[in-house]
Design a protein around this ligand. Structure first.
Ligand SMILES: Nc1ncnc2c1ncn2[C@@H]1O[C@H](COP(=O)(O)OP(=O)(O)OP(=O)(O)O)[C@@H](O)[C@H]1O
Ligand SMILES: [Mg+2]
Length: 316
């Protein structure tokens, strides 16, 4: 079954900015769907329209068969959205926060208590019960925020950049939680992220968007397939060394501006091993201090850069 169907969606803000420009996408029930796109692509605008917080200028949004234009109130009871700012009240305890949330959704108290117990155990939050919420780390607060949003048993959970600014441990704990929500509760998850590795690890489907429009949608593997060509990677000891070699190398092999990435040059191979040999010979002949040169399979990041022409933020 299809959970979300978006067709020809346009959103023009009052200041004239057209944040969504005829976007079309489909989200299947029970999947983790990641929306990837550079800054200003329209990701948050899309979440705001899907959660019925903003009205689109034109186009349609259907959630579980309900039209957002006419049945916004009914849709709101079936979804939950975890925005960038947490909705946790630091003056309340973990359990008080969860019970408060259940009252917002009018869940009867005995049922709310049962749900709370099962969510706390499911997400491994027991060990935090004895500490005040104000002492929780950013990562734990965010997990609690998601647990709160599961109290209403949403059919779709929206997460706007759930792991931004987190260290790798907290990020992995979050990935486990998101997968658990899909596997144990069957909830459809719609998330936005800047981290390609995250989209790759988590998603059943990825949609890359740019300038308010979808560019490519498919499974992580299908997206990688998009760039069938192998890539040539040259590693330099520093950003400066990479930059210094970039211009002269342009006269040896074909390079685009976006091929210069930090301390590396990464480019699609137009002429296979011939390009590799040419570049290698030039580097050696000119005594360029490079760390390695190799042919590799394209990563999702390569696909993203190819499609959007922009560098993605690197996951830390
Ligand atoms: N309330 C608003 N009024 C006017 N323009 C807006 C408003 N909100 C966003 N925009 C503009 O719409 C475009 C899309 O913004 P949006 O926040 O949806 O992008 P995003 O993909 O979420 O970006 P980011 O990765 O930075 O979060 C941008 O050009 C932005 O400046
Ligand atoms: Mg945003």
């Amino acid at each position: 079954m299809i959970a979300i169907r978006v067709k020809d969606l346009v959103k023009k803000y009052k200041n004239g900015v057209q944040a969504l420009d005829g976007l079309t996408l489909t989200v299947n029930e029970g999947e983790i769907f990641s929306l990837l796109g550079p800054n200003g692509a329209g990701k948050s605008t899309l979440i705001n329209v899907l959660t019925t917080f903003l009205r689109p200028t034109s186009g349609s949004v259907i959630l579980f068969g309900k039209d957002a234009a006419h049945e916004a109130a009914a849709i709101r009871t079936q979804i939950s959205c975890v925005a960038q700012r947490t909705s946790i009240d630091s003056h309340l305890s973990l359990t008080e926060n969860m019970m408060f949330q259940s009252r917002l959704y009018r869940v009867p108290k005995p049922e709310a208590q049962n749900r709370m117990k099962s969510l706390i155990s499911c997400f491994g939050l027991e060990r935090y019960l004895k500490y005040p919420v104000s002492s929780y780390s950013g990562g734990v607060k965010r997990r609690l925020d998601i647990a709160l949003n599961m109290m209403s048993k949403p059919k779709v959970l929206f997460l706007d950049e759930p792991t931004v600014g987190m260290d790798i441990q907290s990020r992995m704990a979050m990935w486990d939680m998101v997968k658990k929500i899909r596997n144990d509760f069957g909830t459809t998850i719609f998330l936005t992220t800047h981290y390609l590795e995250e989209a790759d690890q988590l998603s059943d489907t990825i949609c890359i968007m740019k300038n308010g429009k979808e560019v490519l949608q498919g499974s992580p593997n299908a997206l990688r397939e998009y760039l069938r060509q192998d890539m040539l990677k040259i590693n330099f000891p520093s950003k400066e060394e990479a930059r210094n070699s970039f211009e002269p190398l342009k006269s040896v092999i074909e390079l685009k501006e976006s091929d210069l990435r930090h301390d590396k040059i990464i480019t699609s191979l137009k002429n296979g091993h011939v390009d590799l040999e040419k570049a290698n010979r030039w580097l050696l002949e000119h005594d360029i201090p490079f760390l390695g040169i190799e042919i590799m399979q394209p990563t999702l990041e390569d696909v993203f850069i190819r499609l959007t022409g922009e560098d993605a933020k690197e996951a830390s």
